[in-house]
Design a protein around this ligand. Sequence first.
Ligand code: BGC
Length: 382
Amino acid sequence: MSKRYSLWALIILVIASLVLTACGGAPAEAPEADEPAEDTGSAEELAVGIVLPTKDEPRWIQDETRFRDALDEAGYDVEILFSQGSSAKEKENVEALLTKGVQVLIICPHDGTAAAAAAEAAAEAGVSVVSYDRLIRDTEAVDYYVTFDSIQVGAKQAQYLVDRAEGTGNPLYLYAGAASDNNAFLFFRGAWQVLQPKVADGTFEIINSDEAVALSDKAELTRQEEANIIGQITTNWDFNVAKNLAEANLTVAPADQKGDVFNLAPNDGTARAIADVFAADSDVTSYVITGQDAEKASVQYIIDGKQSMTVLKDVRNLVQDAINAAVALLEGNEPTAEGSYDNGVKDVPAIPSEVVAVDADNVQEALIDSGYYSADEFENLP
Ligand code: BGC
């Protein structure tokens, strides 16, 4: 093209974009965080779509990063969208990906039951659905479930508390995840299996849930009973809710229900919020507090003695399992499954992944030597 033509082309382009902006046709602001991440391929090429629950928790940013790394390396085009804690946004994301022609959808639902509608839209379009980390409930339209062993997560948290409790009457404060997340039930179930006998024998005294106190002789709870307890101790997976609840609990607890306390905190974000509240109460002499996800901020809390433990759920394994399942489905094969999870109407074939308890004693080995994080991301590693 001659210089004169390219100059004309440039002028036309500038005028066109000005007209478009004036008509409101061009974005006035930078794209929002939950808008489509960079489009790495044409519609025809886009094979896998991923929908994650929120960018507001480091846990899901970890998953995004690990997915990008693994899929880039494997040479697959992918688009990753975030639902920002909204089931409506989640459904829109799924529809956007279906329009682009994805063949496999990997969804981590914000709300397990509400996500059934999105999964059904995918199934109607002939697209396979892999439920990622959290189970989509009450629908046939979920083909596979890649997950960590969530019962084990709760069991490891509870065992950590049990191993550190001496004598009887140790104050135990219980906290749980969001009732809209099936995992919150599984974590609590795993924890209850280990804690309940130790409440029944007097080792622990539950302080902040009269529903749990009333059920403390019952080894196996119904889902409704679990829901009743979770209703009293839920953090809704939200740091602020966790902080407010812990403050409310300590406000009503007399000094003899404080002292050396034990906290079942469901994940790292809520653990840090709850730990800060307990640390600030002058009647609390010491606290043991659990977590999960091995978020960097919590690893630093563990090194600093502000959080007792976390449960490493190696996201690299989960991402790899999800990709293997997606590739098998794209090639028309059955992904390998080990067991299944009941989603209310269907036993969904599952691919479970192991979890590891981490505290100050094994942080170096579990998180640094394993290559999960690098030492320079932390200060004062033991
Ligand atoms: C995940 C946890 C996470 C929590 C809050 C759960 O479903 O399994 O890893 O901390 O949701 O996002």
